[in-house]
Design a protein around this ligand. Structure first.
Ligand code: LLP
Length: 394
């Protein structure tokens, strides 16, 4: 479908809305599965990136498992048709209710974040008379070289267990028949683009494996988390991340022993590029030296720029349709929410724009809709799926 056709459709839909390109999603999932399959790696999709039901349907059809961080995510995954044994449950603050629910559902693995949590899982499993499959999340002290808010594997982060704190964990795993030890889990952060970081992570996993083996704990599962980043600056040139490079880097650096399963919990890299946030310009506001494009989407729809000061590429789709002579101006693209942080871009070189023009805020498929809020009592943005758009032939 041409951009012109698509913009004509978008013009008739109330904004703001998320547009999910399911063709691109299917292609991304296929490419990721092919690249992982080369080494018999398994992908568990991290629902936290986007738990939209139709997105999940595609993920399940692609043959992936599910990585969840709340009881509700576990329920959503099972309801979406993921086999419970393909559902893993991570997170530093699992409640008793969530642990019981996951035990009853028969999930594949708890990724345990502390000795304290392991004790509670053991007790609840004993009470419910279910054996709990567990992997131990290690905090490996590896800096992911990404934004500090999405760094999880260093000493100041709340996630995982430090190597020197593992002794009581080993003791409980050996003692209890209600815990079925599967292996180790690591997730060092998100939007990681330097392959050296993953090399370093693999080296740490290799050493940690030896540590567990010396304790007589046999590892059947290596869960290496997610974190592989996408190109926010060039979504059109790189719509599908280079999964071949990512998995090859892991393959070249990770020691895998016979019989071990290697898992990944990819979120962003599978869904970021298939989603755009579509918004309309409400006002072109001139204020002293600045020009503000006030749009009808705000930080309540996409909080990433406000929270992490990240930039999503913004395009004026109406301009692309009209093909006017391109006059560049410097603009700030801002939302309607009563917060200065409600800003999508500052000092952006942008084509001359008018009230009513349709803009696309790109690469918004991951951690967009999921992190939305009702602040200012704003409505939730709706979702439009590419599969539902039919262009009438003339
Ligand atoms: N596994 C665990 C244990 C995680 O905590 C996460 C993400 C993932 C897997 C998936 O990571 P991914 O492949 O998507 O990088 N809201 C932030 C990202 C937070 C990531 C939280 N954990 C953002 O918008 O950038």
């Amino acid at each position: 479908m041409s951009t012109e056709d698509l913009v004509s459709v978008f013009e008739k839909i109330p904004t703001p809305f998320y547009y999910y390109n399911l063709d691109l999603l299917r292609e991304t999932l296929t490419r990721a599965q092919e690249a992982a399959g080369k080494y018999s790696y398994h992908i568990h999709y991290a629902l936290k990136a986007n738990a939209d039901k139709r997105v999940l349907e595609q993920v399940r059809k692609a043959g992936m498992g599910a990585d969840c961080v709340s009881g509700n995510e576990v329920e959503r995954a099972v309801a979406a048709g993921f086999h419970p044994s393909d559902v893993f449950f991570a997170g530093v603050g699992k409640t008793d209710h969530e642990i019981r629910l996951a035990l009853e559902k028969g999930i594949g693995c708890f990724n345990v974040e502390s000795f304290e949590e392991l004790q509670v899982i053991e007790q609840l499993a004993r009470e419910a008379e279910y054996v709990a499959p567990v992997a131990i999340r290690i905090n490996p002290r590896v800096d992911a070289h990404t934004h500090r808010h999405i760094t999880t594997g260093t000493e100041i982060n709340k996630f995982g267990i430090l190597e020197e704190d593992l002794q009581p964990v080993f003791a409980l795993l050996e003692k209890s028949s209600w815990l079925d030890f599967k292996g180790i889990h690591i997730h060092i952060g998100s939007q990681i683009t330097e392959m050296d970081v993953f090399r370093h992570m693999c080296e740490r996993v290799n050493t940690l494996q030896d540590l567990f083996l010396r304790q007589g704990l046999e590892i059947s599962l290596l869960d290496l988390g997610g974190g592989f980043g996408v190109d926010y600056n060039h979504p059109e040139e790189y719509p599908v991340p280079d999964f071949e490079m990512f998995f090859e880097t892991i393959h070249e650096n990770l020691n895998v022993h016979p019989g071990q399963h290697v898992h990944f919990e990819l979120g962003r890299s599978l869904v970021a590029q298939m989603g755009d946030l579509i918004t309309r310009i409400l006002y072109v506001k001139k204020s002293g030296p600045r020009t503000f494009l006030v749009v009808d989407a705000g930080m309540t729809d996409l909080i990433r720029p406000a929270l992490y000061e990240t930039e999503h590429k913004i395009e004026n789709l109406s301009w692309r349709k009209k093909r006017e002579e391109k006059k560049e101006i410097k603009v700030d693209v801002v939302g309607p929410v009563c917060e200065t942080a409600d800003t999508f871009a500052r000092n952006l070189d942008f084509p001359y724009s008018r009230r009513g023009d349709i803009l696309a805020i790109r690469s918004a498929g991951a951690y967009g809709q999921m992190m939305s809020s009702h602040y200012n009592l704003r409505n939730a943005a709706s979702v439009v799926y590419s599969d539902d758009i039919r262009i009438a032939k003339p």
